[in-house]
Ligand binder design. Sequence first.
Ligand code: THU
Length: 160
Amino acid sequence: MKKIEISTSAIVFKDISELPKDDKMLMEKAIEARGNAYAPYSKFNVGAALLLENNEIVLGNNQENAAYPSGMCAERVAIWNAGSHFPGVKILKLAITASSTISKVDKPVGPCGACRQTLSEFEINQKQPFELLFMGEVGEVVKTESLLSLLPFSFDSAYL
Ligand code: THU
C-alpha cells in the first residue's frame, strides 16, 4: 500500500485589470461571447474564448434547450467550434467567464467535470498543455497552466 499526494497550483489575479495584456484581451473576448449565451432557463450565462496557435480566437457560449439535457456548456461549444473549423491546430489558452441575471457571480467559475473531460482529450492530442483562465462576472481570475492539472486520474483513450 502506498499513499500518493496530488497537488496543483494556480495564480489568482485580483481582477481582470491585473491580467497580462494577452490574457486580458482573451478574457474580454470571453465576456463578449457570454453576451450571446442562450440561457433562458438557468439565467446563467457563460462565455468561452480559445486562443489557437494560428492566432485565431474561437468563441463559444452555453446554449440551453427546453429539453434541459439537450443544452450544452460554453466550453464544449467553443472547443468543438475550434475542432470543427481548425482541426489539429493547437490551443494555447482558454478563457471562461460566467454571469447571472439573478445574482452577482463574484467567484471564479471553473469548467464543469464533463467539460474538463472533453477539454482533456484536446490537450492530450496536441501533446502540449494549454492555459486556463476563469472568472465570474467580477472579481478574481484564476489561471492554471494546464487542463489536466485540474483532472487527476482522468480517463482517456489509452484505456480503450
Ligand atoms: N455551464 C457552462 O456553460 N459551463 C460550465 O462549465 C458549467 C455550466 C452552463 C450550463 C447551463 O446552461 C448553465 O451553465 C447552468 O448550469
